[in-house]
Design a protein around this ligand. Sequence first.
Ligand SMILES: [Zn+2]
Ligand SMILES: [Zn+2]
Length: 176
Amino acid sequence: MNFRKITLVTFGNFEIDFLQKLVIKINAEFFINIQIKEGYFDISDFYDPGRRQYDANKLLYYFDNKYATDDSKTICLINVDLFIPIFTYIFGQAFLGGRSGIASIYRLSNERYGMEADPDILSERIAKEIIHELGHTFGLIHCHTPDCVMRSGTYVEDIDQKNISFCSNCREILLL
Ligand SMILES: [Zn+2]
Ligand SMILES: [Zn+2]
C-alpha cells in the first residue's frame, strides 16, 4: 500500500466519541494513520426530487474533485439516502482503485427499521461499510467468502452477517 493515510471527511453532525470508535475499528484493518476532517457542501445540489434521494454518482465525483488527495484514501461520511440509477438505494460506493468513496449511515440505524437504537450496532455497521468502500479504493472487488467484509450486501442484515475484516484472500491482494 503506497497510501500514507486514510482521511474521513464528515458531513453533518457526528459525535466525536462515535468517530473515535470508528477510527479504532478502521485502523485495526488498515494499520495506517486515519485523520478526521469536517467537510461542507450544499447537499441540495445532489437531491433528485423524482426519487427523493441523493445521487451517489454525482456526489462521489464532486467529493473526489473537492476533497480527495493523491496521498490519501478519502471517505465521505454522510447521513443521507443514496441511490444510483440501477438500485433502489445503496449504503455507499467508491472508485475501484481510486482515491475516494462514500458511506452513509442513513439506512444503517436500528430506528430506520422500527427497532430500538443501538449505538454499538450502528458503529459496527458503518465501520464495515467504510472498510468495504476503502477495500474498493485499494482495488478489491466483491468477494464471495460469506463472512468477508468485501461481500456485497443489499440489506442491513447482510452487513450484520459479515465480519468486520477481510478474508485471507482479500487481505493478500490488499498487501500486494
Ligand atoms: Zn462494494
Ligand atoms: Zn474476501
